[in-house]
Design a protein around this ligand. Structure first.
Ligand SMILES: Nc1ncnc2c1ncn2[C@@H]1O[C@H](COP(=O)(O)OP(=O)(O)OP(=O)(O)O)[C@@H](O)[C@H]1O
Ligand SMILES: [Mg+2]
Length: 333
């Protein structure tokens, strides 16, 4: 498996050959935001699995066990080729763990690094498959809320597999927001404006994140970057998304990205099905949104508007003349 090492990371707790509950550790797959992922042999089932264990810094967090339980529950509700399958969860020596199917393949982050910018056809095809998985989640009233290339694996046949439902919102689940996880939430590059504002988000929040991914696949970088998280978050709230038709992307596809990345969720596609419809019928997409985006970004603050500036100057001149006249009158008395 690409990226897998025999040597565990400095924060990882387990070494190859260790036995952890009924699992034998075979390798270290990756270090996530808050956990280590191991390849392990399940001595009970005789199968290879992926074992997710919180890293040293998170191990004492009492909420972690509950998060893994919830992640498993979410994965068990879903059954789709684009969704990772959950196998079990538990606690061993006070350490919570999550067991999932092992996905051979590479992280979508590596694919993006290697292949983006990619052709519009390739970008649409990949986005369409991720959208299909997310539509399945949303149809089951599950919102992922942490869609980003790091949380998607690409199987050798090109099938994307969405992982990491640690932040997912389910019907009736208690509130877990970015604020609860601020230190560990990772990159804000894919964060929708409503998440930046602290709202819990809905299906259109995942749609925004997927829009950022599509933008990145087409150009090689997300629309908003910056030196620090705050700078990026502020751009999600107030920054203009560059028009992709001006960067050589076919206008209908640029219009799809523009609509997915509207600041106000009401201005985006209402759901994944509507987005998929447009991706499937690009020849029918209304490109008028591109002009709207341009007008918005060209809008100048009212105090710098072309009408107000001359009026302001004329008023100032008039006031100066009146003041001078009054002074002269006073001097002549
Ligand atoms: N089942 C799996 N098969 C192969 N690789 C995996 C699997 N699960 C996770 N990975 C790899 O491990 C990385 C981290 O996994 P994941 O996103 O679930 O952890 P995390 O970001 O630490 O999650 P959390 O935020 O819930 O702590 C992924 O980016 C992926 O590369
Ligand atoms: Mg992750």
């Amino acid at each position: 498996m690409p990226g897998e090492t025999g040597i565990t990371s400095s924060s990882a707790m387990l070494q190859i050959g260790d036995q952890f509950d009924h699992f034998q550790i075979c390798g270290h797959i990756a270090q996530g935001g808050m956990s280590d992922i191991y390849r392990a042999f399940d001595l009970l089932s005789g199968k290879e699995v992926a074992l997710k264990i919180p890293d040293k810094n998170m191990i004492g967090d009492p909420a972690q066990y509950e998060r893994f339980q919830r992640e498993l529950e979410v994965m068990r509700t879903l059954k789709h080729p684009a969704i990772q399958r959950g196998l079990g969860s538990g606690r061993y020596n006070n350490t919570p763990y999550l067991v999932t199917e092992i996905v051979a393949g590479e992280s979508m982050r590596d694919l993006v690094k290697r292949s983006a910018p990619m052709s519009p056809d390739a970008a649409v095809s990949l986005t369409r498959k991720i959208a299909d998985g997310l539509a399945h989640c949303h149809d089951h009233e599950i919102i992922h809320r942490d869609i980003k290339p790091e949380n998607i694996l690409i199987a050798p046949d090109g099938q994307p597999v969405i992982l990491d439902f640690g932040l997912a919102l389910t019907k009736g689940a208690h509130r877990v927001t970015y604020a609860n996880l601020s230190g560990a939430a990772g990159t804000p590059d894919y964060m929708a404006p409503e998440q930046v504002e602290g709202h819990r988000g809905d299906r259109r929040t995942d749609l925004y994140a997927l829009g950022i991914i599509l933008y990145e696949l087409l150009t090689g970088r997300p629309p908003f970057t910056g030196d620090n998280h705050l700078a990026v978050m502020s751009q999600h709230l107030h920054g203009d998304v560059p028009r992709l038709d001006k960067k050589g992307v076919p206008p209908p596809l640029a219009a799809v990205v523009a609509r997915a990345l509207q600041k106000d969720p009401d201005d985006r596609y209402p759901d994944m099905h509507a987005l998929m419809h447009d991706l499937d019928h690009l020849d029918e997409v209304d490109v008028a949104i591109l002009e709207k985006v341009s007008r918005q970004s060209e809008r100048v603050p009212f105090w710098r508007s072309p009408v107000l500036v001359p009026i302001g100057i004329a008023s100032l001149l008039l006031l100066t003349i009146i003041a001078l006249a009054l002074v002269l009158q006073a001097l002549h008395r």
